[in-house]
Design a binder for this molecule. Structure first.
Ligand code: WTA
Length: 656
């Protein structure tokens, strides 16, 4: 399935149906253009109006954008607000009994939680955190299953001004440890175990392991939500049960008013070095981004049943589970499990049962569900759906067409949303009532978002030509810095050698077609996108060389039918190059090693062994060659600078 190839030849156009347009928040391209023109005319006034419309301010702002120290931009900087107040308290007067969350557990149990109940539970837990002496500005690691409590923990942090850092439950003790140390966390919130696909996986034991790895003295408390009830190790004076912590606590907790620029959270993501980056977001600008995109891209209506399938461990679960839908007062589904358990009809069953109107998922899930049961959706009543969404990686036109015709029954627009952990909310995505769709294109930038495709000097490239995807002007929801590392922030996103450091560099390449539509072509750095998750090749390489058997390793991606991209590792052992059964055995050991070091998402699909890696005479690994080898392509590149061409023959062979 060659995404880029098929994308280049895609010419189909799908305009929204009259029925969709009639009810849309933004119903024609002129309305979209008018908003873009408004932003163009007076950029600060455009954002100022939106920030006043959408956010409840404790103290109104008077300054919109402070760009005096680029790239450290500040938005609404003298305003004060509280994010949890904006997500919960604001709904108490007019819709306290509206269901905020329909929770479906892995085993199918369903619970409903109204806005009033959610408010009380968040307040109670916030009071619990205060009792642990957690204060504004403290960092809290959240390592939780995908349950209501994860959202409660995040909202409770926001309520007291603590900065949360959610770590996906699939990450290893070592990855967790790295994040705890970098954040200097005061507490970890976790559960005994998580349940996915009928299986339980430890969380608390992993936290214990992470906390035994050193440099974690900052952590004074570990709060444990009792989920499966399994026996866990206990450390007095540090560990406390969630239910004990909230016992007797008030269901009211005055919000801590924070400055607009106060960090709401950090979220670690992979980059081109071995060390994950702590992406730091603001409070007001971030919230505004999630709200306007709910309104524009998801065409949000109070009657919607919104379902974003992402885990809160990723940015999508932050913006479109924990914050955006709640700020809008939406009813949303939260699902603990996986799409294929107990069978590949699970998503469709949930849509049918809870009458989901807006469904947002990743291309990798769509592709695996096509494979496991292309006609399964037809066995369910999906007539409640009115809008579909896609995120995390390019969606190939084949998967797009299936999603459109089989799941959406040719009735629902698909919003293919391009954005990143760093951008906080959608950047390039169709406004579904206004913008005709082309399968595989994320279409046009949102109003106010100055996305462009440029060359190294920062000039717009001709339509049809590939280049760097950048955002030219600062925007409210953008990353503020990397936690404790402003120099790396500047170097990564505003590098001097590309566009002279003037533009936000996304790290993707893209081109625009003659209608100006954007087509994302892939990363320009050493970041892989495996099943919609970002993985740094350097991170996997460091994990491999940490194994005592390994002398050297190079990791590249290769196209994969379901995952989009798969990890292929080329490894040189300290001992002899292994053959036959021994090679398979060592490959198996190394795959598990990586899964343990980083997390199962990083487990290499394939490992190949060589006596050496292909290098130039100056010692640089020739990654382009490795990518060709991984794909099984004939080597057509110039190999004359290669030190030892015989290596290529060895590395052609996958270990069986
Ligand atoms: C890729 C996820 C094509 C892209 C929200 C980006 C996409 C990275 C799309 C960010 C899309 C995300 N089409 N590619 N609709 N959405 N990407 O930080 O390479 O986990 O830079 O954020 O995913 O991944 P992240």
């Amino acid at each position: 399935m060659s995404t880029i190839e098929s994308v280049l030849h895609e010419t189909r156009i799908f305009a929204p149906s009259t029925k969709f347009v009639e009810q849309a928040n933004l119903a024609d391209i002129e309305a979209y253009r008018a908003l873009c023109a408004e932003a163009e005319r007076d950029y600060p006034a455009f954002w100022s109006k939106l920030a006043q419309q959408h956010i409840l301010w404790h103290k109104p702002f008077t300054r919109v954008l402070n760009d005096s120290e680029p790239p450290f931009f500040k938005w609404f900087e003298d305003g004060e607000l509280n994010i949890s107040y904006n997500c919960l308290d604001r709904h108490l007067a007019n819709q306290p009994d509206k269901i905020a969350i329909i929770f479906e557990a892995d085993n199918g149990d369903v619970n409903h939680c109204t806005y009033r109940e959610l408010y009380q539970r968040v307040c109670q837990f916030a009071n619990g955190l205060k009792a642990l002496d957690i204060k504004k500005g403290d960092r809290i690691i959240i390592y939780m299953p995908m349950r209501i409590e994860a959202v409660i923990a995040m909202q409770a942090c926001a309520r007291i001004g603590a900065i949360h850092s959610v770590v996906f439950g699939g990450f290893s003790a070592k990855s967790l440890h790295e994040r705890i140390v970098d954040a200097g966390a005061a507490a970890v919130i976790t559960a005994d175990e998580q349940t996915r696909g009928g299986k339980n996986h430890p969380l608390k034991a992993t936290v214990d392991e992470a906390l035994s790895m050193g440099d974690t003295d900052s952590v004074k408390s570990v709060v444990i939500y009792k989920h499966t009830g399994v026996d866990i190790a206990w450390q007095n004076n540090r560990d406390i049960w969630w239910h004990d912590l909230i016992h007797g606590k008030q269901g009211e907790c005055a919000p801590e008013w924070v400055n607009a620029e106060h960090p709401l959270f950090t979220l670690y993501t992979s980059g081109s070095t071995g060390k994950p980056k702590g992406v730091q977001h603001s409070s007001a600008g971030y919230l505004l981004g999630t709200m306007i995109s709910m309104q524009w891209v998801f065409d949000y209506k109070p009657t919607d049943i919104f379902w974003c399938t992402a885990d809160v461990g990723w940015i999508t679960g932050h913006s479109y589970v924990a914050y955006g839908p709640l700020a809008m007062g939406a009813t949303q589904v939260i699902f603990e499990g996986i799409p294929t358990y107990p069978d590949a009809g699970r998503f469709w069953k949930i849509i049918q049962q809870h009458k989901v109107t807006t469904f947002y998922t990743a291309p990798t899930a769509i592709r695996s569900l096509i494979k496991l049961g292309a006609d399964l959706p037809q066995q369910y009543d999906l007539s409640s759906l009115r809008l579909l969404g896609s995120v995390g990686e390019p969606i190939n036109p084949e998967a797009w067409m299936w999603y459109y015709t089989v799941v959406g029954q040719s009735r629902c627009p698909i919003v293919d949303t391009w954005w990143q952990t760093e951008t906080g909310c959608h950047m390039i995505a169709p406004i579904p009532g206004a913008i005709p769709l082309k399968p595989g294109s994320c279409t046009l930038p949102l109003p106010g978002i100055s996305a462009a495709v440029v060359d190294e000097a920062g000039h717009d490239v001709e339509l049809g030509k590939g280049g760097f995807l950048v955002i030219k002007r600062p925007f409210p929801s953008q990353i503020r810095t990397l936690w404790k590392d402003p120099a790396r922030f500047k170097k990564t996103y505003f590098p001097e050698d590309i566009c002279g450091g003037r533009y936000y560099l996304a790290g993707d390449s893209a081109h625009r077609d003659k209608e100006g539509y954007f087509w994302i072509m892939g990363r320009i750095d050493d970041v892989l996108n495996v099943s919609g998750h970002r993985l740094g090749t350097m991170e996997i390489e460091s994990a491999l060389v940490a194994n005592p058997l390994v002398a050297e390793a190079a990791v590249v991606g290769k196209p994969h039918e379901i995952k989009g991209e798969a990890v292929v590792a080329f490894v040189v052992l300290k001992g002899q190059r292994p053959h036959g059964a021994q090679a398979s055995e060592i490959a198996g050991t190394l795959r598990e090693w990586v899964a343990r070091e980083i997390g199962p998402i990083a487990r290499p699909e394939e490992i190949r062994f060589g006596d050496n890696l292909p290098k130039t005479r100056s010692g640089k690994i020739m990654r382009r060659l490795l990518r060709s080898l991984a794909k099984g392509e004939e080597i057509t590149q110039d190999t004359s600078t290669l030190e030892n061409p015989a290596i290529l023959e060895q590395l052609k062979q996958p270990v069986s």
